[in-house]
Design a protein around this ligand. Structure first.
Ligand code: PMP
Length: 325
């Protein structure tokens, strides 16, 4: 038995019980470990779906170029899809993302353009603006726009959600995920709530991001926006993939708490995962400690792999320099 291309190996990732970091908390805490995808992240699912939906809609033609603003993981998924389907790729990322992420994308044949992180999204130097401009300038190019492209959440509605429902045999009571584009949390939440409207969805946000305040007040507050270090979650925009109606509560997690929990996941659970995994688990356990009952089952998504953070949170010197060790 074999796959015709590695992208056919996307999805069907395992659920793994957390044992140590969740000690003393009632209920069953399960992690959906997305680094088992071939691109080592949850974003493989939506990357392939955005390309296949674009092909069906005639938005990308043979020999075309895929151009996207990405923190790395979406780029990896798009690169794998592009290799399978014969497209070129150009990725635009901010200089805050780890060097490893840039190198990985170049390794799979992409051209990488790096932009400053400390400029507003509408600034022509921002990675949002540069991606849009390159799309306009490059003939036969396609700009998936993972933030507003609803194929993103649809991929999780069609795959991640049903997998979790089946793997827990419908016993899931709580679903928790970090929120970046919102595709993962909202696609899964919509599916799960259709199976059982009582399932509670918890979104994990960063300090420096607009989501929590917006959910609670309906106000897009510029004062909520300031630099932070965690990669992949929190935004200074409201992506169309975030459907606030299917997220019941947001909690914010600090960069430090996230980093420390990520290192614990590696050491205590054997889950060598990425930084936003620590955000999701730290925040979800904070909620679970107070609210979960013995019969409850919480599923937390772990979006990516630890290799992408070896130079940062898994590096003791770097952790000391932050004052976090
Ligand atoms: N964690 C990491 C490492 C990511 O790359 C992303 C994608 N931005 C997320 C979490 C958040 O996933 P989503 O975009 O589906 O909200």
């Amino acid at each position: 038995m074999y796959f015709n291309h590695v992208i056919e190996a996307v999805g069907r990732t395992p659920l793994v019980k957390l044992n140590s970091v969740s000690a003393g908390i009632k209920g069953t805490i399960l992690a959906k470990v997305e680094y088992f995808n071939p691109g080592n992240s949850v974003k493989d699912r939506m990357a392939i779906r955005m390309i296949e939906d674009a092909e069906k809609a005639g938005l990308i033609k043979p020999g075309g170029t895929i151009i996207e603003g990405t923190s790395g993981n979406t780029g990896m998924g798009l690169a794998l899809a592009a290799i399978a389907k014969g497209y070129k790729t150009i990725f635009v990322m901010s200089d805050k993302q780890s060097k490893e992420k840039q190198d990985i994308l170049r390794a799979v044949g992409a051209q990488v353009v790096v932009c400053p992180v400390d400029v507003a999204p509408e600034d022509p130097r921002s990675y949002y603006s540069v991606a849009k401009r390159l799309n306009q300038e490059t003939p036969n190019s396609f700009y998936p726009n993972q933030y507003d492209n609803l194929s993103n959440a649809a991929a999780h509605y069609d795959t991640t959600g049903p997998e979790i429902w089946q793997q827990t045999e419908g016993k899931i009571t709580h679903w928790a995920a970090g929120v970046g584009t919102g595709g993962t949390i909202c696609g899964v939440s919509k599916y799960l709530k259709e199976q059982n409207p009582n399932i509670f969805t918890l979104g994990l946000d960063t300090y420096g991001s607009v989501f929590k305040k917006y959910k609670e007040t309906g106000i897009f507050d510029q004062n909520e926006i300031y630099p932070y270090k965690t990669e992949g979650i929190g935004e200074d925009i409201l992506p169309k993939n975030v459907d606030f109606d299917v997220i019941d509560l947001f909690l914010k997690v600090t960069d430090k708490d996230a980093a420390i929990m990520t290192r614990r996941l590696a050491k205590e659970e054997g889950l060598f995962v990425g930084w936003s995994c620590g955000s999701a688990v730290h925040g979800a356990l904070e909620y679970a400690r107070e609210h979960l009952k013995e019969e409850d089952t919480m599923v937390i998504v772990l979006p990516d792999h630890g290799t992408r953070y070896l130079g940062k949170i898994y590096n003791d010197d770097w952790m000391h320099a932050q004052g976090w060790l």
